[in-house]
Design a protein around this ligand. Structure first.
Ligand code: 13P
Length: 248
């Protein structure tokens, strides 16, 4: 049985005081859950959220990292830096980074490898655009992104990679993929992993759905056979709403 994972992606929101209030509010609301609860905060909030989440079941993740360990990369943050303050997870290859910050399948792959080298658990995003979906090539796109993201990883690391299927047309638009569609896409991703790394590994990989997840649709989505939880944007900014999603 795969564990359910509910991860919030705050994107570029939340000042440190808001972040600390949020963690304090969220803590009692999710303390009974057996699901993995992760908050992916902006860099400037990480240290505060980690301190506040100590002795709770809330794990903290970053939203990006550089693949190099150190060096002349002005404005970048390395995996080693994240690990040094107690970060456990890192989102890699979010569609907003692919779209606005020239992230490619190649940099995504390098970042995943660097994350594992630093004992960070990557949450890797894949997903098709509306145009790709309408052309009928959505499955080709997401299986290719998955294959390239995982290229050269050991089986053990593949097993410990979390994948988030986030159809780009469903992000921040209020349009959610139907639970059947999302499950179908996630099954394709799992099949692709199975083809390369074997069924046993593929069955262990946690694959999330992301795109306008809220408390009103979480249960329907997360109860599907292959959807192992969610990567939640907008609805993760409100502690009560996010707690409802965690406790779906
Ligand atoms: P929304 O939940 O706001 O649609 O965002 C999804 C997302 O991009 C999470 O990474």
């Amino acid at each position: 049985m795969r564990k359910k994972v509910i991860a919030g992606n705050w994107k570029m929101n939340m000042l440190p005081n808001e972040a600390m209030d949020f963690i304090q509010k969220l803590t009692p609301l999710v303390k009974e859950t057996e699901n993995e609860v992760i908050i992916c905060a902006p860099y400037t909030d990480l240290f505060y959220t980690i301190l506040n989440a100590q002795d709770t079941n809330i794990k903290i993740g970053a939203q990006n990292m550089h693949f190099a360990e150190k060096g002349a990369y002005t404005g970048e943050i390395s995996g080693k830096m994240l690990k040094s303050i107690g970060v456990e997870y890192v989102i890699i290859g979010h569609s907003e980074r692919r779209q606005y910050f020239a992230e490619t399948d190649e940099t995504v792959n390098k970042k995943i490898k660097a994350a594992f080298e630093n004992n960070l658990k990557p949450i890797v995003c894949v997903g098709e655009t509306l145009e790709e979906r309408e052309k009928g090539i959505a499955f080709d796109i997401i299986t290719k992104q998955t294959r390239l993201a995982l290229e050269g990883l050991s089986k053990e690391n593949v097993k410990n990679t979390i994948i988030a299927y986030e159809p780009i047309w469903a992000i921040g638009t209020g349009k959610t993929a139907t639970s059947e569609d999302a499950n179908e896409s996630i099954k394709k991703i799992r099949e692709e992993i199975s083809k390369i790394y074997g069924k046993d590994i593929a069955e262990c990989v946690i694959i999330l759905y992301g795109g306008s997840v809220k408390s009103s649709n979480a249960k329907e989505l997360f109860n599907k056979s292959d959807i192992d939880g969610g990567l939640v944007g907008g609805a993760s900014l409100d502690a009560e709403e996010f707690a409802k999603i965690v406790n779906f």
